[in-house]
Design a protein around this ligand. Structure first.
Ligand code: M6R
Length: 604
């Protein structure tokens, strides 16, 4: 996801900005740029792709003496990853960088265009700089113009703006997206969207709060709150360890990624929901012409999200859906017919088995779609169409936020197809869309819940195995819970359909068999409950996860009130992720790099 840096001082601004952007590379990006204002003149460079391309473009550019500069790495969400869409964006004599989304950009853009302003990019960001310059023409006071602009923006943002009208200052604003300023004894000022770029340069840091805006010069730090009241910065000592800075205080990347799910799902939904339809600008509706079946193909966690999708596609889109494990599909001489849309799912877009399956489908003349987290990956380049999940870089080998965003995309896609095929009434689609909007609040990790799971985890360290059980779409969630646990705890765990236990596995039931039971209130509750009771009667140790208290369980994790089973799905997903995490930590394992596993499996 996007990253921001800024610098004001007498050192080598160009190098400081480029080095800062390098520290943000781990977040993922597809283009980058810098703008430096020195001796009243701007220099601006942008490049698509890796930072080496930007370095190459700036190699003859030198910065000496005092200057101000801003830089940005962009992960495209609106508008393709092109140089024109890369930040910083230029007005007449100012540049801006921005993370987040300006929700009212279309209205502002229309107004600006009707007053004769030409836009160069497809981004929402560009309105900020034009709006600022419009306000500057009226007030002739750069700070007043900036403050007015900030008040006119709706949405989430971290903004840095530099202007020839005030060449010794950097203007900033923060709402919803992170932004900080670091200082040192040499009167330099460093801005960034996270700690890492300023480590080694600064001794102290002020984390801006939502609603903060203002300007900073070599000698002044002017911060105002949302009520326009001036406030003092709160400088803290800067942590000097880069790895822990990247983890934002979390013990492991996996933990950080579990906590990030609310934000990344908001990114996944961004711009894709209207009142009663789903908008996927990136795909053409004709992709579904002549299609009467969907085949989903993937590996591991992505396979579990594919399986979840199969329930949603059949339930909401009323389209026949089949599932394929990629490594199996490749060698079983499958029959493929041209009325099938072949969908592959992959976090990395590089998994060898899935990639080969995609090649086979293409070679057989099938239409193909990839649901992927990495733009420009091999699968994205190969498939006919792509929907990006926008989870940001996932570092933990055990996938968490990639899964959550895949499910979010599939839920949206099932409604998108439902609309095309008229399989769900408009009011039902509208209701589903209102539910989709609720996901981010349901996946926010609650401290009490995390604490409860931490305590509970000590009872689940031994025993002869785990069964995660669920019905319907909670079956793939059970599979995913079991996969998470075995990957990082090295304990044996299986996912099973609740109703299938009595056909064999129940023979294993005894107090040393741990059953993690998913009991959604809004989907087959009574049926699932009876299946758990059968296990309880045979003395299996049961941990039930539900909205409804379940007295037959040895342990019970209560999720918050949800008005739909899909929201229960997301709440339970958090519980099984945290349970695996805490068990693994108690066992002393390397959570982020479990033995024998690789993040991207590019071999057969
Ligand atoms: O990058 P992909 O989604 O194609 O990867 C597929 C699997 O290798 C991956 O999901 C794996 O199962 C994860 N380690 C699960 O946590």
């Amino acid at each position: 996801m996007c990253g921001i840096v800024g610098y004001l001082g007498k050192k080598n601004t160009k190098q400081i900005l480029l080095d800062g952007l390098k520290e943000l590379e781990y977040r993922g990006y597809d283009s980058a740029g810098i703008a430096v204002l020195q001796n009243g003149e701007f220099s601006n460079f942008k490049a698509v792709g890796k930072l080496v391309n930007l370095e190459e473009k700036t190699k003859d550019f030198k910065t000496d003496g005092f200057s101000v500069g801003i830089g940005h790495t962009r992960w495209a969400t609106h508008g393709k990853p092109t140089e024109l869409n890369a930040h910083p964006h230029l007005g007449e004599s100012s540049y801006v960088v921005h993370n987040g989304i300006i929700e009212n950009y279309a209205t502002l853009k229309k107004e600006l265009q009707s007053s004769g302003i030409t836009f160069l990019s497809q981004t929402d960001t560009e309105v900020i700089v034009h709006q600022f310059e419009k306000n500057l023409k009226i007030s002739n006071n750069p700070f007043e113009a900036f403050a007015k602009t900030v008040k006119e923006l709706h949405g989430a943002y971290a903004i840095l703006l530099v202007t020839k009208a005030e060449p010794n200052a950097i203007f900033f604003a923060k709402q919803g997206s992170p932004m900080l300023v670091g200082i040192n004894a040499e009167d330099e000022k460093y801005f960034a969207s996270s700690d890492t770029p300023i480590i080694g340069h600064c001794t102290n840091v002020n984390y801006f709060e939502d609603g903060d805006y203002g300007y900073i010069t070599s000698s002044e730090i002017a911060i105002f709150d949302k009520d326009k009241k001036r406030k003092e910065p709160k400088f803290l000592t800067l942590l000097q360890n880069k790895l822990s800075a990247q983890k934002n205080g979390f013990r492991f990347f996996m933990e950080k990624e579990i906590y990030e799910q609310s934000d990344v799902i908001s990114d996944t939904l961004m711009g894709r929901l209207s009142e009663n339809e789903i908008i996927f600008d990136e795909i053409d509706k004709t992709l579904f012409d002549g299609i009467s079946e969907i085949k989903l193909c993937a590996c591991g966690t992505s396979y579990h999200s594919a399986m979840s999708a199969s329930y949603l596609f059949e339930r909401y889109s009323r389209i026949k859906t089949s599932l394929e494990i990629a490594s199996e599909f490749r060698y079983r001489e499958p029959v493929m017919s041209s009325d099938t849309l072949f969908i592959v799912i992959s976090q990395s877009g590089e998994t060898a088995d899935t990639l080969e399956a995609l090649k086979m489908a293409k070679a057989s003349g099938l239409k193909t779609l990839v649901i992927c987290n990495v733009d420009n990956s091999s699968m994205v380049r190969l498939a006919d169409a792509t929907i990006l999940t926008r989870a940001g870089i996932e570092k933990g080998v055990a996938s968490t936020k990639a899964f959550a965003t895949q499910i979010t995309v599939f839920w949206m896609l099932s409604l998108y197809i439902a609309k095309l095929k008229n399989s769900l009434e408009d009011n039902k689609i509208a209701k589903q869309i209102s539910l989709l909007r609720e996901i981010p609040s349901h996946v926010k990790v609650n401290d009490d819940l995390h604490e409860r799971i931490k305590r509970l985890s000590k009872r689940y360290l031994h025993g002869h195995g785990f069964f995660f059980i669920g019905r319907d779409i909670f079956y793939p969630l059970a599979l995913e819970g079991a996969l998470k646990l075995k990957e990082i705890s090295y304990l044996h765990a299986e996912g099973y359909p609740s109703g299938e236990m009595k056909h064999g596995p129940i023979a294993l039931a005894d107090p040393e068999l741990f059953t993690i039971a998913l009991l959604p209130k809004h989907l087959h509750y009574e049926k699932s409950k009876s299946n758990v009771e059968e296990l309880s009667a045979r003395d299996s140790t049961i941990c039930a996860i539900s909205q409804i208290e379940f007295e037959k369980a040895d342990d019970f994790v209560q999720i918050s009130e949800c008005r739909d089973y899909m929201l229960e799905f997301f709440e339970m997903m958090i519980v099984v992720q945290l349970l695996s995490l805490e068990i693994s930590i108690r066992l002393g394992n390397d959570v982020d790099m479990p033995r024998n596993l690789a993040k991207s499996v590019t071999v057969e």
